[in-house]
Design a protein around this ligand. Structure first.
Ligand code: GTP
Ligand code: MG
Length: 217
């Protein structure tokens, strides 16, 4: 069996078409998929990275942005160590939906989850959201911030490596501060939280339930 020091779960959320799947495939497979179709339910990928000599296994959950899958994707928030909230820097409505996504995150994710705001598609020359606006939003909501291009491979490795490094720090500081309380939950200070019923959210009134879900590894 593969040896690793930490296992972290990272969940990507954000409107349909912002490039979540392309970011994941760029990171896990080193490619920009041509004609990437919309994600159905949730996709799952694993990548093991090395940080300061330690092997870290990243479980990456790529959720569908389409409203009709929302009740499935919500159920993945709770066990996440990190949540990457993605918008498209060339598409204002994807930025305008961020408060709705945050409400959803607050409702379903662990309070201590690491939150990262990502403005994707920096390669495009029709930018609608200036970097500074993204940065300010992230600051206001206690999130890390990074702009990326899945297409040009800009900041994609950095995104996942920085998340891994931050989660390692959190795990280590938790280890140090509560050595008597080890194994209470996952490797990063996550405290259990009861599951809640799904709710309608981001940018449209309708939320259909669906049972479809994919599991590519
Ligand atoms: N120019 C540019 N296009 C991108 C980039 N990332 C993704 N795209 C394009 O944006 C479209 C949507 O990408 P996806 O990765 O499928 O988006 P998604 O967020 O996974 O969408 P859902 O699965 O429906 O939630 C595709 O046509 C991609 O080629 C990028 O960095 N730059
Ligand atoms: Mg997708």
């Amino acid at each position: 069996m593969e040896e690793y020091k930490f296992l972290f779960k990272i969940v990507l959320v954000g409107n349909a078409g912002v490039g979540k799947t392309c970011l994941v495939r760029r990171f896990t497979q080193g490619l920009f998929p041509p004609g990437q179709g919309a994600t159905i339910g949730v996709d799952f990928m694993i990548k093991t990275v090395e940080v300061e000599g330690d092997k870290i296994k990243l479980q990456i959950w790529d959720t569908a942005g389409q409203e009709r899958f929302r009740s499935i994707t919500q159920s993945y928030y709770r066990s996440a160590h990190a949540l990457i909230l993605v918008y498209d820097i060339s598409c204002q409505p994807t930025f305008d939906c961020l408060p709705d996504w945050l409400r959803e995150i607050h409702e379903y994710a662990n309070t201590k989850v690491l939150k990262i705001l990502v403005g994707n598609k920096t390669d495009r020359d029709d930018r609608e959201i200036p970097t500074q606006i993204g940065e300010e939003f992230a600051k206001q909501h206690d999130m890390y911030f990074l702009e990326t291009s899945a297409k040009e491979a800009e900041n994609v490795e950095r995104l996942f490596y920085e998340i891994a490094a931050e989660l390692i720090d959190q795990a280590r500081s938790k280890d140090n501060s509560s050595s008597m309380n080890k194994n209470l939950s996952d490797s990063v200070g996550l405290s259990p939280q009861g599951s809640k019923p799904p709710q309608v959210s981001c940018c449209s009134g309708l939320s259909n339930q669906s049972s479809s879900q994919t599991g590519n590894t």
